[in-house]
Design a protein around this ligand. Structure first.
Ligand code: FE2
Ligand code: FE2
Length: 189
């Protein structure tokens, strides 16, 4: 079961399809940033052996997603657009506290971004215009669901189940508020 506290407005699918090249261009950058974020967590906490291993695998998977979506974008004859930035992720990162709980928050924000991405890949996948893209999105959605679980598990391993669930409940409320305030655009978030 997803950790999200809200469902995406179904009209987002229409917005995403209205300029699919732009949506896929944004998606490429999301995958790139997901890989970079995992590598940054490794760099910041090299002493956490099990976490480093799990995040190295995650970074590799996100890097594979990055390439797979890039290939589809280029098959459509579309160039990779510049990275427009991600106001959704930026607002969530502002919720990350400093001090000893910083890593807890970073892991849980990671879990929420994975969960929202997974929800949207599941929504958009069946509406895509060709079979290759539909299959890719189904595969990616499954992988992002695993990443959502992994981030929550890493948080619980480091901070305990009770603290993790309590903070996750707070951040999930905030995430729903952030999503509700953002416009529906041809982007993943
Ligand atoms: Fe991914
Ligand atoms: Fe992911």
């Amino acid at each position: 079961m997803s950790i999200l506290r809200s469902r995406t407005d179904p009209r987002w699918v229409e917005a995403a399809l209205s300029d699919l090249d732009r949506t896929l261009g944004d998606h490429v950058h999301c995958e790139k940033k997901a890989s970079a974020t995992a590598l940054k967590l490794i760099a910041d906490h090299p002493e956490r052996t099990a976490q480093v291993r799990a995040l190295a695998k995650l970074a590799q998977e996100e890097s594979q997603h990055f390439l797979a979506v890039l290939v589809e974008l280029q098959r459509r004859g579309a160039p990779l657009p510049p990275d427009e930035g991600d106001p959704y992720a930026q607002q969530l990162m502002k919720l990350v506290r400093n001090g000893p709980e910083r890593m807890l928050d970073r892991l849980l924000v990671g879990a929420l971004i994975e969960a929202r991405s997974c929800e949207r890949l599941v929504m958009l996948g069946p509406a895509l215009p060709d079979e290759r893209l539909r299959e890719l999105f189904a595969r990616l959605a499954q992988s992002e669901e695993g990443h959502e679980r992994l981030f929550v598990e890493l948080a619980a391993a480091a901070f305990g189940d009770e603290r993790t669930q309590a903070r996750l409940a707070e951040l999930a409320e905030e995430e729903a508020r952030v999503v509700a305030a953002l416009p529906l655009l041809p982007r993943i978030h």
